[in-house]
Design a protein around this ligand. Sequence first.
Ligand SMILES: Cc1cc2nc3c(=O)[nH]c(=O)nc-3n(C[C@H](O)[C@H](O)[C@H](O)COP(=O)(O)OP(=O)(O)OC[C@H]3O[C@@H](n4cnc5c(N)ncnc54)[C@H](O)[C@@H]3O)c2cc1C
Length: 292
Amino acid sequence: MKPVSFKYLKPTGLEEATAILAEYGAEARILAGGQSMMPMLNMRIARPSVLVDINEIVELNYIRASDGAVAIGAVTRQRRLGDDDLIAAQVPVLATALKCMSHPQIQNRGTIVGSICHGDPAAELPAVAIALGAEVTAHSQAGARTIPVADLYRGYYRTTLEPNELVSEVKFPAMPPGCGWSVVEISRRHGDLALAGVVTMIVLDGKEIGQARLACFGLGKAAHRLVEAESMLTGQLASGDLFQEVASIVSSSVKPMDDSHASAEYRRALAAELTQRSLSEAIERAKQGATS
Ligand SMILES: Cc1cc2nc3c(=O)[nH]c(=O)nc-3n(C[C@H](O)[C@H](O)[C@H](O)COP(=O)(O)OP(=O)(O)OC[C@H]3O[C@@H](n4cnc5c(N)ncnc54)[C@H](O)[C@@H]3O)c2cc1C
């Protein structure tokens, strides 16, 4: 199929882009890397009358340190997560997530911010952003507002962004020293979107778990934090029994959906298995971090 006809606009600055969005409102859609938008246009799932291509806004192509966080601009490609020194030093979980995602050709075009704004429930980056406590900055002609990624999703592919808003950047807080992390998933083929996945970050306090942050993807209408699991882990000694107990709580608390790829019941079973794997991997990394 071919897309419906649309007006194609290519602003070169943020102000010009927000002026276009103010003029056309819900008639307009933003095009970033196009790796989700182009299929949606071709299948006529998206039928904008105006397509706002933001790729010429070169000021939004960056990865930089910003007040204890790493800020990433809206046209920065996903592949940069794999070869950037700042990412490797401060938010290495992003490079791990990239290894689970899609294919190099898609990562060469797809943007980090685009993946977060798209809000696919099975995507890795929204879950990593939520586990890290990342925030996006949304711009409109009325000004800018900051939204925690944890508050960005309000359902299946639905966000709290207004049609006249453009996300200019996402800020990932630097991971604390000694933080162990893990991103694990099951997908039918490497590079496919996940059937289910879990992200874990753990900081040890002596022998106990001082801090635990967990989020999941593919296990509900949107990526979300696993708060109950976090509180069960905090202040405890890591053990196989504890991880099993936490995994069972995660499995019974998530609300996965049935679809053509897997049943909800299978996804629940994956949630338990992946939680245990993710906790074991993160704790091993945390132990190495604690001794290095
Ligand atoms: C074969 C294939 C395999 C894939 N596998 C995976 C995978 O394993 N994991 C995964 O996470 N993804 C996967 N994807 C999706 C891919 O990573 C997309 O790149 C990503 O979901 C969207 O990023 P984009 O820059 O291409 O955004 P686009 O496709 O351009 O836009 C996506 C949506 O976000 C909105 N948007 C984009 N940028 C902004 C902005 N700055 N402000 C406000 N709204 C914005 C757009 O309007 C649109 O609604 C796959 C895609 C394909 C084709």
